[in-house]
Design a protein around this ligand. Sequence first.
Ligand code: HEC
Length: 138
Amino acid sequence: MRSIVMLILVSITSIVTTAAANAARDAILADLAAEAKAANAAFTGFSAERGATFFAATHTGGEPDMPSCTTCHSTSPHQPGRTRAGKNIEPMAVSKTPNRYTDAKEVAKWFRRNCKSVLGRECTAVEKGDFLTFMISQ
Ligand code: HEC
């Protein structure tokens, strides 16, 4: 009996945690959508497909040895990545790393830093929203 109660409690905790993480990601996406709409009234929504292309693409304008998001994050969202210093990076897919993209400040900080390295500029709201939409779908 006690173990059944524990199991139910653990399940409820996990459901609540998941709901909170989803709400946090939704809020980040809503902010980016508002920004995208303000920049371009024709904006109709983010695309996981565009996000996948952006993630895998070889970009120019950034540091020559850092041409792609996949340089550090590995070519698969389901696999761990590696920093230049050789430190492990948890997989980017939400199905693999459920607490990803839940802290707006962290998300903004890493987009700023990584987009600068790879593209030599900040990512647009559409690029960020597409990227997140893709990783959330993975
Ligand atoms: C120089 C290596 C490197 C490159 C290149 C890189 N990243 Fe990252 N990225 C990191 C590290 C390190 C972290 C922080 C550790 C973590 O979140 O696991 C991170 C974290 C992030 C996060 C925050 C994740 C979260 O859970 O909140 C986002 C978003 C992100 N990167 C997007 C990108 C995008 C988009 C690109 C390509 C334009 C990119 N990164 C390229 C190393 C890199």
